[in-house]
Design a protein. Structure first.
Length: 262
């Protein structure tokens, strides 16, 4: 299936902030009900160990997504990892950074293709890389490569017919999962159940997300000219229980001298 650069409503600057925050909080709750946080935690822990980095810089964090769950999984192994959440449209009302020690929400907008020097560490993007156009996506990868910073791109969507077709069930999922949203506001309840705007918005964005997802062959094309002896790329798909199709991921990391033979 050919990738299509359609629009997601959450990306639009004209979307009122309460709707954007409500969508993000629903997605954060939905993420935590899948096996993906545990799967990605294993991959991310391996990158932290191989690079010797003890800080994660999450790009496109929204309202926190699965990042805190992943951080807790990593810390179970004894690693004292710090986390910085960031976004192009920061959610200044996000309480994710208040519930976990060693977590900070960066208050200024962060362009993932031009990450400030002050933000160093393993860069992560969870279910957000597909939002980027091919030009922006390449810029994000090039920026990490040129700065020799590790980067992990993890998706929960897949550009397959089966995954796209499965989005017809999204409104039902929104109605079922919304009571788990935290914090759960009256706004979220009203526009989910009384005036069901949020289920429709999430359904559209979910459908478009599948069509916009970059697959391993796209990752290989985008990194074809980002080659150096001290940096390597890894892209694959992983099967997830109860998901209609495997989901893709991309990892870029500098090679430490002691690991150069691997």
């Amino acid at each position: 299936m050919k990738r299509r650069q359609l629009f997601e409503i959450e990306d639009q600057p004209w979307l009122p902030a309460p709707f954007r925050h409500a969508i993000r909080r629903y997605l954060a709750a939905a993420w935590q009900m899948t096996p993906l946080p545990g799967i990605w935690a294993k991959h991310l822990a391996a990158v932290l160990a191989e690079t010797g980095v003890e800080q994660i810089v999450d790009l496109g964090s929204g309202s926190g997504g699965p990042t805190l769950v992943i951080l807790r999984e990593i810390r179970k192994s004894g690693r004292h990892v710090k986390l910085i959440l960031s976004d192009l449209y920061p959610d200044l009302h996000c309480r994710a950074s208040e519930s976990e020690p060693g977590v900070e929400y960066w208050p200024e907008p962060v362009d993932a293709a031009q990450v400030p020097d002050a933000l160093w560490g393993v860069r992560t993007m969870f279910a957000s890389f597909h939002h980027c156009s091919p030009e922006v996506a390449r810029g994000i990868l090039r920026n990490a490569f040129l700065q020799r910073q590790p980067i992990c791109i993890f998706e929960m969507t897949s550009r397959t017919f089966l995954s796209a077709a499965s989005t017809v069930l999204v409104p039902l999922a929104v109605w079922i999962i919304t009571p788990r949203v935290r914090p759960l506001s009256l706004f979220q309840l009203v526009f989910t159940y009384l005036v069901p705007v949020l289920p429709l918005l999430v359904c559209w964005d979910a459908f478009v997300s599948q069509l916009r997802t970059y697959m391993p062959e796209d990752f290989r094309a985008m990194t074809a000219d980002l080659i150096a002896g001290d940096y390597c790329w890894e892209c694959h798909q992983v099967k997830v229980p109860h998901f209609p199709s495997p989901v893709p991921y991309l990892i870029g990391k500098p090679i430490r001298p002691e690991n150069a033979i691997r």
